[in-house]
Write a protein that binds this ligand. Structure first.
Ligand code: ADP
Ligand code: GLC
Length: 495
């Protein structure tokens, strides 16, 4: 199959969260299965294109934006260790800026930046002579391309057979914007903007809604989240629209690229380890505590449980529960806590404060740090994910492979990937709580700690965790099946 992918993030070039990992892992997997994959990504300032082996190509791509045409230079390369091709869209006035979306509120012209990406996606396939079977778009950033395909491009030879699939990674981000700004840009007449129409959403334009209604098939990143966004407030106002498309919406659980995330061959770990050599995990913990946290050797060797978190610091991740529960955990239960994250200022200050107050128990790095993410996930005994909502979540799946026991709120993809440990049967590999309260979090951590170092449970838990298989291969195959359905739909509509 020829698969054209448009996304705002792609690991390792530009990453803010799990979206980057999943888009890269799928592309790599499809390419390994023999499909032709082209991923299109903005050339953000952080991407050193020549360093990654990208070559500039001619001609530039011309992108219709309203009454005018704007141009972008194209750079072609591949994903590292893969045949999947990557095309960087070089439009400095949109993308030569700090970061990806612009923190913390996002750049005021993100609507325009991502409409440009969406439109360029379709135009550059023509320039490159790439005729896709599937146009796979992700989140609000490229959702509108599904409608542009239907409306403007399906009549061209390049796209007459192309089916579109939209994957929703997080329905809370919708690209809600001013119709007066974007309708003319997109070439949509005002007559089409009325209540109940594709383009209208409470007087605004909602780019995600447009994609949800226009794409041939839809997916989201776990079965539970697929249900939650249709039936609960987690749909963030799009429950109705998602239900209208319910028959075309599936939940495909994200997968892990175990080439990147395995303790046996993780290039960032001082000591590689496996289920057969769990002493290696202990050594990673000690090295982290001495080298990064600055504890003296003897103290680092004490059998004190270490809770880890690697996360964006946003409301989604349940950080407000920690505002209440973390200090008691540290004070009364004596745990150590390691956090790597960045995000909202008030959360960052809270963690900085705790780290200064409990300098031998709480260790915090505010910022983005790929090697440290691997080291914390490997070194921690437990990984905490008390999310308010979680479309899928990758870190808990990474943690499992590293024998790090997840303590999670049973929601979305966390519910689908973490099974409670049952000390009677010795099955399960984590600890879940349901209520979104600090008490529930505290109680569950306390319960989980009762198994720390307590054999035979502790080893059983870790072995069960490490035996979990959430490989990206299975997700990639499920997407291919969804792509087949999408193609059938397009064929049927044409006939
Ligand atoms: P989300 O996409 O909602 O942020 P996921 O669990 O799906 O959550 O993915 C998060 C990804 O981002 C993981 O690969 C995690 O390791 C990484 N990550 C999050 N924060 C940081 C950070 N501060 N430094 C390095 N990696 C991070
Ligand atoms: C989003 C979600 C996260 C998911 C990731 C990749 O960022 O918040 O739960 O794992 O996308 O699909």
């Amino acid at each position: 199959m020829n698969i054209l992918v448009g996304a705002a993030e792609l690991a390792p070039f530009a990453k803010a969260g799990g979206l980057a990992d999943v888009v890269a892992a799928l592309a790599r997997q499809w390419a390994a299965m023999g499909h032709r994959v082209l991923v299109v990504l903005p050339k953000y300032r952080m991407i050193d294109a020549p360093e990654w082996g990208f070559q500039p190509i001619e001609p530039a791509v011309a992108v219709p934006m309203g009454q005018t045409v704007e141009y972008a230079r194209l750079w072609l390369g591949t994903l590292p260790q893969s045949a999947a091709r990557v095309c960087l869209l070089d439009a400095p006035h949109y993308f030569d800026r700090e970061g990806i979306y612009g923190n913390p509120e996002g750049y005021p012209d993100n609507d325009r930046r991502y409409i440009f990406l969406s439109r360029a996606l379709l135009e550059l396939a023509q320039v490159l002579g790439f005729s896709p079977d599937i146009l796979h778009v992700h989140d609000y950033h490229t959702a509108v391309a599904a409608e542009l395909l239907r409306r403007f491009y399906r009549r061209t030879p390049q796209f007459y057979k192309t089916a579109s699939v939209l994957t929703v990674h997080n329905v809370a981000f919708q690209g809600i914007t001013d119709p007066a700004r974007v309708l003319p840009l997109l070439g949509i007449p005002w007559e089409e903007f009325y209540p109940g129409s594709l383009w209208e959403y409470y007087g605004a334009v909602n780019l995600l809604k447009v994609g949800i209604l226009a794409a041939d098939k839809l997916s989201t990143v776990s079965p539970s989240y697929a249900w939650e966004i249709r039936h609960t407030a987690l749909g963030e106002g799009l429950q109705g629209v998602l239900s209208v498309r319910g028959a075309d919406l599936v939940g495909i659980l994200n997968g892990v690229d175990y080439e990147e995330w395995s303790p046996e061959r993780d290039r960032y770990l001082p000591v590689p380890y496996s289920a057969e050599f769990l002493a290696g995990k202990e050594l990673n913990k000690q090295r982290l505590l001495t080298e990064w946290a600055g504890l003296p050797e003897a103290e680092a060797q004490a059998p004190v449980p270490l809770l880890g978190m690697v996360t964006r610091l946003t409301d989604q991740k349940g950080i407000d529960l920690l505002l209440h529960a973390l200090e008691p955990l540290v004070q009364h239960l004596g745990v150590r806590f390691a956090l790597l994250g960045s995000g909202a200022g008030h959360y960052e200050s809270f963690f900085r404060y705790l780290a200064s107050r409990y300098s031998r128990q709480v260790f915090v790095y505010i910022g983005y740090n790929e090697p440290l993410a691997h080291r914390i996930i490997a070194a921690a005994d437990f990984l905490l994910m008390p999310s308010r909502y979680e479309p899928c979540g990758l870190t808990q799946m990474y943690a499992l492979r590293y024998g790090t026991i997840p303590i999670v709120r049973a929601v979305g993809g966390l519910r689908d990937t973490v099974r409670d440990y049952d000390p009677i049967s010795g099955t399960g590999w984590g600890f879940c709580f349901a209520d979104y309260t600090p008490e529930a979090l505290f109680g569950t951590v306390q319960y989980a700690l009762s198994f720390y170092g307590a054999e035979p449970h502790w080893e059983r838990l870790r072995r069960n965790a490490m035996a979990c298989d959430f490989s990206i291969r299975r997700s990639a195959e499920q997407y291919l099946q969804l792509f087949e359905w999408a193609l059938e739909k397009v064929r049927a509509e044409r006939a």
